[in-house]
Design a binder for this molecule. Structure first.
Ligand code: SF4
Ligand code: SF4
Length: 281
C-alpha cells in the first residue's frame, strides 16, 4: 500500500487569506475572503485514518488559506505531533502575522518546516526575513534554512525556508517558470495554445483536502472543478483509490492532458518517472 499512497497531504484547515496577490486566484475570486474552519471532527478523522495507514510523510497545513489565521493552529499541530510522531509538519505563510514568539510557539507545538511565501515586492525582502531567521537561530542554534521544504530529514528537525519570488514577479514574462496559471485561471501568467504533452506527477503524490472537506485534484484546480468526493463521507483510501481519480492518473501517465483543467494548466514539472512507475506496480 505504501508505494501507492501519497507522500504529502495538504489540509486547508481554514478558508481565509488576508491578501490578494496578483499571482493568485484569491485576487479574482472571493472563495477565501471569509473565514470558515474545517471542523475538528474532520481533522481528527483524517489523523485517525493516517495513523491506521502508518503514514509518515508530510502534512502541510495550507493551500489557498493563510494558516496563521486559524485560531486552532497550535492545537492542531500538537494533535498531529501526538497522533503521528513521525510525520513532517509543514506550514507556508505569507508572514503578515508572524512574530518570533509565534514562530517559537509553532516549533514548540511540533512544527518542522516554517516556510515564508511573501509575494510582496519589498526592497528589503531579503533583509526582513534574513533578520528574522538570524533571530530564530539565537533561540534554536540547530535550525536550518532550506529551499527543500519536504526533504526526508526535515521530519526530525526544525527548518526555515524563504521563497523569494521577486525575480518571478514580472508575471507577464513567460520565463516566470515557478509560477503556474492555475489551470488557466490566471490570465496574467503564460497561457497555452494547446495542452502540454507531458505527464503530471501531482495527483500521484499529493492529496489536498480543502476547507470544505473536498478532495481536490491538485493545487491548480482552485475552483474544485473535478469532483472527487468529500472526506466527511468517505475514507482517505476510498477517495485516493476511486475509479475517477485513477482514470485521470491513467490519462496523465500517458501524457494525455486533453481534459479540463489539465488542458489549460501550465505546470510542466514533475515527470518523476520513478514515483509514477512505482505507483502502478
Ligand atoms: S498569500 Fe498566498 S494564498 Fe493568500 S493571496 Fe497571496 S498567494 Fe494567495
Ligand atoms: S496537469 Fe495541472 S491541473 Fe492537471 S493534475 Fe497536473 S497540475 Fe493539476
Amino acid at each position: 500500500m505504501k508505494g501507492r499512497l501519497f507522500n504529502s497531504i495538504f489540509i486547508e484547515t481554514s478558508a481565509l487569506c488576508n491578501r490578494k496577490c496578483v499571482i493568485c486566484p484569491n485576487s479574482i475570486y472571493n472563495k477565501h475572503s471569509k473565514q470558515t474552519l474545517l471542523s475538528m471532527n474532520i481533522i481528527e478523522k483524517i489523523l485517525k485514518e493516517l495513523k491506521e495507514l502508518d503514514y509518515d510523510g508530510i502534512i502541510g497545513l495550507y493551500n489557498y488559506n493563510e494558516p496563521l489565521l486559524d485560531p486552532r493552529l497550535l492545537e492542531i499541530i500538537e494533535l498531529i505531533r501526538k497522533t503521528l510522531p513521525g510525520v513532517c509538519i509543514s506550514l507556508s505563510t505569507n508572514g503578515d502575522f508572524l512574530t518570533i514568539k509565534k514562530a517559537q510557539e509553532l516549533y514548540e507545538a511540533g512544527l518542522n518546516v516554517l516556510g515564508i511565501n511573501d509575494y510582496n515586492i519589498l526592497k528589503n525582502f531579503k533583509n526582513k526575513w534574513g533578520d528574522f531567521f538570524n533571530n530564530l537561530k539565537k533561540i534554536y542554534p540547530e535550525i536550518e534554512e532550506t529551499v527543500h521544504r519536504y526533504r526526508k530529514y526535515s521530519r526530525t528537525k526544525k527548518m526555515f525556508s524563504i521563497y523569494n519570488i521577486q525575480k518571478d514577479m514580472n508575471v507577464v514574462n513567460p520565463r516566470a517558470h515557478y509560477l503556474t496559471n492555475r489551470g488557466g485561471l490566471m490570465k496574467n501568467i503564460a497561457q497555452l495554445s494547446s495542452p502540454i504533452q507531458q505527464k503530471c506527477v501531482r495527483p500521484f503524490r499529493y492529496m489536498i483536502i480543502d476547507f470544505k472537506g473536498n478532495y481536490n485534484l491538485c493545487c491548480e484546480d482552485y475552483l474544485n472543478t473535478v469532483k472527487l468526493g468529500n472526506i466527511a463521507d468517505k475514507t482517505i483510501l476510498k477517495l485516493w483509490n476511486s475509479f475517477k481519480i485513477n482514470s485521470i492518473r491513467k490519462k496523465l501517465f500517458k501524457k494525455n492532458r486533453n481534459f479540463s483543467p489539465c488542458d489549460k494548466c501550465s505546470f510542466k514539472g514533475g515527470e518523476h518517472l520513478y514515483s509514477l512507475n512505482t505507483f502502478w506496480k
